[in-house]
Design a protein around this ligand. Structure first.
Ligand code: PMT
Length: 219
């Protein structure tokens, strides 16, 4: 049907933050609320897609009719995403994945001692990079959250990670990025075409992203 153009298509969206545990009471995370990723999942569902949402901890209700997979850590998100990759037509990586995780996870609460506490961190696995390396038929979409050089950094991520499309998100602008109900994005496709969008509700932004995904699926 015309109003359900994604009928029969399987789309996996990642959303929210990941959490990296340090001890039983402490963890590292970021400001992602999940709103952008949940909006993409909800709009994709409205357009007829079979949607799986792999999400870190958020305070949001599950969008109706969407299959939810709750995860905590980057490693969990990696496993949940990779194990479902083969069957997807589209993967959209909106999650704000923790880039570093503590080298040592303490099994008991770390007791206060010195004035300065130095914590050693190591890089987490780059999920998007792994998806790019193992890409078969899927349309792969990444996000780039930046505070400067948005377009060039976003393009660089698209090429380096073998993406079909990247959504550049200026997270330093008022009303854009983490936590807000609105977002200001640019969409860059691998053919070099670019769409610069004004500030929009995250739902409208999700719509714009999915219109470009449908464009890519036609090719
Ligand atoms: O959740 P909200 O409050 O609504 O906020 C929305 C948002 C700002 C989180 C969202 O619009 C956004 O920009 N998401 C991407 C955030 C991010 O982590 O960007 P990045 O530039 O650090 O990472 C680039 C890409 O690599 C992202 O697609 C990310 O999912 C992916 N990545 C990063 C690190 C890692 N270890 N694995 C990854 O897959």
């Amino acid at each position: 049907a015309e109003d359900k153009p994604l009928t029969g298509k399987k789309i996996l969206v990642t959303a929210g933050p990941t959490r990296e545990e340090l001890d039983p009471v402490r963890y590292f995370t970021n400001h992602s609320s999940g709103k952008m990723g949940y909006a993409i999942a909800a709009v994709a569902k409205d357009l007829g897609a079979d949607v799986t949402l792999v999400t870190g901890p958020t305070a949001l209700p599950v969008p109706k009719g969407v299959t939810i997979e709750n995860i905590i850590s980057t490693k969990d998100m990696y496993e949940a995403t990779m194990s479902r990759y083969h069957e997807q037509d589209v993967v959209i990586k909106c999650a704000a994945v923790a880039d570093y995780t503590p080298v040592t996870v303490h099994s008991n609460k770390f007791k206060k001692k010195n004035d300065i506490w130095t914590i050693e961190m190591k890089k987490t696995i780059d999920i998007l990079q792994s998806l790019g390396e193992k890409k078969e038929h899927q349309v792969l979409v990444g996000f780039a959250a930046e505070t400067e050089n948005l377009e060039s950094y976003a393009k660089d991520k698209m090429v380096r990670k073998n993406l079909d499309m990247v959504v550049g998100n200026d997270v330093s602008k008022e009303g854009s990025g983490f936590g807000s109900d609105t977002n200001e994005i640019i969409i860059i496709k691998k053919d070099g075409s670019k769409k610069v969008l004004p500030i929009l509700s995250k739902e409208r932004a999700a719509h714009e992203i999915l219109i470009e995904v449908m464009e890519l699926m036609k090719r």
